[in-house]
Design a protein around this ligand. Structure first.
Ligand SMILES: [Zn+2]
Ligand SMILES: [Zn+2]
Length: 398
C-alpha cells in the first residue's frame, strides 16, 4: 500500500506556530493534502502530550496512532524535534534533530530525563543544553526503537552541516551516536541532486518533510513508501535499508524556493549566486552575509553537479497547489479566492497530490490557466528567483 508520510511538523506549542493546529485539524489537513502518515510533532511538550493522550488511540500493535472515533485512514507517529545547544572546540553549536518513537508510555520518562537539561515546556521544540550525542544516548536508553535523524541539515542556523553553528561532517556532529543515524532531512533549500554531490552522505537515506508551522504547510515536502504492512517498523526499516522498492521517492520543494538557497541579507535586499560570485561581505552594510545552502553544499561537495550515486532514492519536485493558484489569479496565497479554487479542485480530485498529478485537460475544465501553468511546471518550463536569508524564492514562468 502507498504511504505518504510527513515526519516533521510542529504543534501550536512551538514558537511561531499557528494556533489552529490540533490533532483533528491535522487529520483533516492531511486528508486534503493526500498524506496518510503525519508526525504528531512536539511530543515532549506537556500540554501537547495531554492532547495526544486525549485525542489519539493506538492503532493495534503497529506502533502508530489514529484519531479516536475517526473513520479516516490517516495515522500518526509520535515525533518531535529537539534543539541541542553545546560548545565544541570553543565554538557554540546549535543543532536541530528529529526523534520518532513508537511507545507513548516512554514519553513521561523521556520528559523526566531530558528536563534536566532545559525548560522542556517553554517551547514545543525544547532547547536542551547538552550535546546531541548525549541526548541520543538518553533517548535510546529509554526507547530502543527510537528513530533519530538530523533536521534540515544544511540550514545556516541549526543544521548539522549548516554554515553558522554546524559541523563539516555528520560524524563530527553526532560523534559516537552517528552509528544510529540512517537518514538525513534535506530541508526545503536543498534537493537530493545537491546532496548527491557529497559522497559522505551516500550511506544515509535522504528524507523530506514539511517542518510545517501551520496546517497549510503540511506535506509541502513528503516521503512516499510502497509497503505491505502500515506499521512503524516497516516504515523505519525501509528508510534504514534505503530499500528503493519500499521507499519509492521523496516530494521536494524546488530548492530555489527555500528561504536559504542563495547567500544574502534580507534587510539589505541583497542576494548573490555563490556559483557565480565569491563574496561573503554584503556590499550594502559591509557585514558578513548569511551563507546559504547552495554555497555550503559547494564547500563540502567532492563531486560535480549532476552526479547520481548508485541506489539513490527517487525524487520529484512539486510546487504547492495554492501557490500555483495564487500565481495564476494574482491573489495572495491566503485569500478566499485562492481557497475557493483550491476547494473546487479537491472536490474533483480528492486531494492536492491527486490534483497536481491529474490529467491536464481535467484541470483545465476548472481553470484553463491553472491547467496551462501545471503543464509548464511538469515540463520544467519555470524559473524561480532563489530565496535567501529567510526570504522564500519566487516562481516565474518562462
Ligand atoms: Zn528545526
Ligand atoms: Zn547587508
Amino acid at each position: 500500500m502507498k504511504v505518504v508520510a510527513d515526519l516533521h511538523i510542529h504543534s501550536r506549542f512551538s514558537r511561531a506556530c499557528s494556533n489552529k493546529i490540533n490533532i483533528k485539524a491535522l487529520e483533516q489537513a492531511g486528508k486534503r493534502k493526500g498524506i496518510n502518515l503525519i508526525s504528531t510533532g512536539d511530543f515532549l511538550h506537556k500540554d501537547w502530550v495531554a492532547e495526544l493522550k486525549r485525542d489519539l488511540i493506538k492503532d493495534d500493535e503497529s506502533g502508530l496512532f489514529k484519531v479516536k472515533d475517526s473513520k479516516e485512514n490517516i495515522k500518526f507517529v509520535l515525533g518531535t524535534e529537539i534543539a541541542t545547544f553545546f560548545w565544541e572546540k570553543n565554538k557554540s553549536k546549535r543543532i536541530h534533530t528529529c526523534v520518532l518513537i513508537k511507545n507513548i508510555e516512554a514519553i513521561e520518562q523521556l520528559r523526566d530525563q531530558l528536563s534536566k537539561y532545559g525548560h522542556i515546556d517553554s517551547d514545543g521544540r525544547p532547547i536542551l543544553l547538552m550535546s546531541t550525542s548525549e541526548a541520543m544516548e538518553i533517548i535510546f536508553s529509554i526507547e530502543k526503537d527510537a528513530f533519530i535523524f538530523p533536521a534540515h541539515i544544511w540550514t545556516p542556523f541549526f543544521g548539522a552541516l549548516g554554515d553558522i553553528s554546524g559541523f563539516d561532517s555528520i560524524k563530527d556532529a553526532y560523534q559516537d551516536q552517528e552509528k544510529h543515524i540512517y537518514a538525513l532531512e534535506t530541508g526545503l533549500s536543498s534537493d537530493p541532486p545537491m546532496n548527491w554531490r557529497v559522497s559522505e552522505l551516500d550511506k544515509y537515506a535522504l528524507i523530506s518533510n514539511s517542518d510545517a508551522h501551520s496546517l497549510e504547510k503540511l506535506g509541502r515536502e513528503a516521503n512516499i513508501f510502497n509497503i505491505k504492512k502500515f506499521t512503524y517498523n516497516e516504515i523505519i526499516n525501509s528508510i534504514k535499508e534505503k530499500n528503493i522498492k519500499k521507499f519509492e521517492k521523496t516530494i521536494e520543494f524546488y530548492p530555489e524556493e527555500g528561504k536559504y538557497h542563495f547567500d544574502g541579507h534580507r534587510q539589505c535586499n541583497f542576494s548573490l549566486d555563490p556559483q557565480k560570485e565569491k563574496n561573503e561581505i554584503c556590499p550594502v552594510c559591509k557585514k558578513q552575509l548569511i551563507i546559504g545552502v547552495l554555497h555550503r553544499v559547494n564547500e563540502l561537495a567532492d563531486r560535480p553537479i549532476g552526479f547520481i550515486p548508485k541506489n539513490a532514492i527517487n525524487y520529484e519536485h512539486q510546487i504547492p497547489l495554492k501557490e500555483i493558484i495564487s500565481f495564476v489569479i494574482k491573489k495572495n496565497v491566503n485569500t478566499l479566492s485562492v481557497e475557493k479554487i483550491y476547494n473546487e479542485m479537491l472536490l474533483k480530485f480528492g486531494s492536492e497530490f491527486n490534483a497536481l498529478n491529474a490529467d491536464i485537460d481535467e484541470i483545465s475544465k476548472i481553470n484553463n490557466n491553472i491547467g496551462k501553468v501545471i503543464e509548464k511546471i511538469n515540463k520544467n518550463e519555470i524559473n524561480i528567483i532563489p530565496g535567501y536569508d529567510g526570504v522564500f524564492g519566487k516562481l516565474e514562468l518562462l
